[in-house]
Ligand binder design. Sequence first.
Ligand code: SAH
Length: 389
Amino acid sequence: MKAVLHNDRLKTIQRRHPWIFSKAIKRFSGSPGSGDVVTLVSEGGDFLARGLWSPESTIRLRVLTWEDELIDTGFWEKRLKRAIAWRGSVPPNEARRLVHAESDYLPGLVVDQYGGWLVLQALTAGIDRYKHDIAEILNKLLNPRGIYERSDVDVRAREGLKETTGLLLGETPPDLVEILENNHRFWVDIQHGHKTGFYLDQRENRQICADFVQPGMQVMNLFSYTGGFSVYAYAAGAETVISVDASHSALELADQNLALNGFSDTPLLAGDVFEVLRDYRREGQTFDMIILDPPKFAKSSQNLESALRGYKDINFLAWQLLKPNGILMTFSCSGLVEADLFRKVVFGALEDAGRDAQVLRQLEAPPDHPVALTFPEGAYLKGLLCRVI
Ligand code: SAH
């Protein structure tokens, strides 16, 4: 099956951007269905690319290859092998992202490894169609104990797909799987946790956080989830780390993770960060370090403005609650909020708080979450580590 690209969209091809929007397609032959392989040609009939068709999405075709090659089992195996090889050898009880979708030249596919278990996310119609073949290949390449699907992500609705979870191959993972991250132990709930169970994209930033903790510090870990940053901060000598999250189940697991690393009876606060910060301001509490790792506030360009207000609000409050020389680690995982814009929001909040600060580190996701230069949308996680004056 073929689709013809509008002549004025040839730039996309030169730039090797993997998304071909419906408006860029002049016409197509046959009646490609969900996840079918479609060849993209120029108006003159020349081969341009080959990819998978998403009939319901405005991103109609996701390019898999710029070469005239077959999309068969051998193709998938070659791509998966390469992505896995790029990660080097992962120690058996550690966790890594093995496939990071577009940036690993496998649009719509995420594969994470937690010790002996693999978790697969199929974000597009194309990957949904091939997920069982992909699981078979992963099984052959890595021989995991089991491959579990966590395709319960709202972006699937844009593809006309329902959310789905369940076992693809092998054994069902236990309720909690233990992983080791920079020598800290964590329980991961593969079946019900956020994303594929754990925020693997913050692995290096948690270590950087520890590098800036001084013994005796009072730390607040906002949007703590299962206590990732809290464990590192305690291990680095913090006196207190208050873990704040709206989710009771996340805090329960945070408590278990802290205990697993030898820290018991740590303060856990269930509540809305926006309110918690206002309460602390009213009480005049101050902190040596604040970590702000909110969920994705900007879900679409329609709510970008309100998302920016949200980022500004929490950063404004955090700046006010820091002691002189205090450290703020602040993040945004909204792909729509680019690094420059995020920095402006954080600066705007600082101005409103009437303080001054230095940026000590610019933060991003680790190399197992690469960003293809041809796919700038992949740079979703950005952060700043600052010292307030
Ligand atoms: N820093 C974490 C990941 C944070 S994910 C880590 O390293 O693992 C974002 C978290 O914010 C989720 O656990 C979610 O439950 C929580 N959350 C979302 N909105 C919130 C709110 N308004 N107040 C408090 N927590 C919230």
